[in-house]
Design a protein around this ligand. Structure first.
Ligand SMILES: [Fe+2]
Length: 327
C-alpha cells in the first residue's frame, strides 16, 4: 500500500511552513510585483534583499527576495516548536547522513540548514524577530490583501520516496492522487503539520524543484479583486491558471508567475485537519474534477515549469503516468 499510518510522535516537532528564500534577478522589478501589485508588506530592505510579510504575520518575514544572477530558490523554511527541536532535528538528519549545519541568518534565531533525500534545501528555526501587528491596520491592506504564508508545493522525481521521508518526521497526509493501476502508484501528496490541508505538497515531475509558494487570503473576493488589479496594471500575462476551485483541498485559487517565473498561489477556504485519525482523501489521476472542481484542466506549463534549487541536480520522475492537461 502506498499510503501509511501517520507518525503521531515524530522525532522532532515541526509547527508549520514559515518562510521561503527566493533568488530574483532584479529586486526593483520583483518589488513592483510582490509589493505594489500583490500587496505584501516590506519589513526590511537592503541593497541585496527585501524581507516581506503579509498583514497577519508577526514574524519578520515569510518571503525573502535575494538579488541573484539566476532565478532560484535558496531554501524552504519551517518553524519548530522549541530550541531543543532544532537539536533533535540535527541529530535525526545527521543520522541519515544528510548535511547538517547551524547558522544565524538576519532577523532569525539559530537556524538548522539541512536537505532532504533529493537535496532540497531546508531551513528549520524556532525564533524569528517580531514585526508590528498589521492585521487591524486596514489602510495598509493592498492588492490581494494577503494574510499569511500557507504552504510550499514541490516537484519530486519520486512521490512515494518524498512522502515516506516527510511522513517519518511527522507530516500527515490529508489528500493524495494515485494511478488507477491494479498496483496503484502515488502521483501527488498533500501533507500538513499545522492543521489545514497542507504545509508541504509533492507532485510527480522533474525535481526537486519548487512548484509554488501558497499564500492565504481571507476570501475568494480578494482573489477575484487581484485578477482585476493584475489585468489592468500590466500583469495579465502573469496570470497562469484560475481563478477556480480545486477539487483537492476545496480551496479557491489563482496561480500567478512573478517576473522571474517563480509561481505564487493565492489560496483560501480549505478545511480543518487537526483530528489525529483523519482519513486521507483519495483522488484518481484521471478524475477531471481533481485539479479543478469545475472541470477545467491545468495548462502544460503547470506540469513542466518550476524553480530550481542552487547546485541541486534535477532528476527525471520515476513515474511516467500522464495527468489531464489543457490543450
Ligand atoms: Fe498550492
Amino acid at each position: 500500500m502506498p499510503v501509511r499510518k501517520p507518525v503521531l510522535n515524530p522525532p522532532f516537532n515541526v509547527v508549520r511552513a514559515s518562510h521561503v528564500e527566493i533568488g530574483v534577478c532584479d529586486l526593483a522589478r520583483s518589488r513592483a510585483f510582490y509589493v505594489d501589485c500583490l500587496g505584501l508588506l516590506v519589513t526590511e530592505e537592503t541593497a541585496d534583499a527585501i524581507y516581506l510579510r503579509a498583514v497577519e504575520e508577526r514574524n519578520h518575514h515569510s518571503i525573502v527576495l535575494h538579488r541573484s544572477r539566476e532565478p532560484m530558490v535558496h531554501a524552504l523554511g519551517f518553524k519548530v516548536a522549541s530550541e531543543e527541536d532544532l537539536d533533535r532535528a540535527a541529530f535525526w538528519f545527521g543520522r541519515k547522513n544528510l548535511p547538517v549545519s547551524f547558522r544565524e541568518p538576519p532577523y532569525q534565531g539559530r537556524t538548522l540548514r539541512t536537505a532532504d533525500i533529493f537535496g532540497m534545501p531546508l531551513d528549520f528555526c524556532f525564533r524569528m524577530d517580531q514585526a508590528e501587528r498589521m492585521l487591524q491596520k486596514y489602510a495598509a491592506y493592498q492588492g490581494a490583501r494577503i494574510q499569511r504564508i500557507d504552504h510550499l508545493n514541490c516537484f519530486t522525481p519520486d512521490v512515494q520516496a518524498s512522502y515516506d521521508f516527510y511522513s517519518d518526521i511527522g507530516f500527515k497526509l490529508t489528500e493524495y492522487t494515485e494511478t488507477d493501476d491494479p498496483d496503484p502508484r502515488l502521483w501527488a501528496v498533500w501533507l500538513h503539520r499545522k492543521g489545514n490541508v497542507h504545509d508541504l505538497a509533492f507532485t510527480n515531475g522533474s525535481g526537486p524543484r519548487l512548484h509554488h509558494v501558497g499564500v492565504w487570503t481571507a476570501s475568494a473576493l480578494e482573489i477575484l479583486h487581484i485578477c482585476d488589479v493584475m489585468a489592468t496594471c500590466g500583469y495579465v500575462a502573469n496570470m497562469e491558471r484560475g481563478p477556480g476551485r480545486h477539487g483537492i483541498s476545496n480551496a479557491f485559487f489563482l496561480y500567478v508567475r512573478d517576473p522571474d517565473g517563480h509561481r505564487v498561489e493565492l489560496f483560501t477556504s480549505d478545511y480543518l485537519t487537526v483530528d489525529p485519525d483523519l482519513e486521507p482523501i483519495r483522488w484518481s489521476l484521471r478524475d477531471p474534477q481533481r485539479q479543478t472542481l469545475w472541470g477545467h484542466p491545468a495548462p502544460k506549463s503547470w506540469f513542466e515549469e518550476g524553480s530550481v534549487f542552487p547546485g541541486v541536480a534535477v532528476r527525471e520522475p520515476v513515474l511516467a503516468a500522464q495527468p489531464i492537461v489543457a490543450r
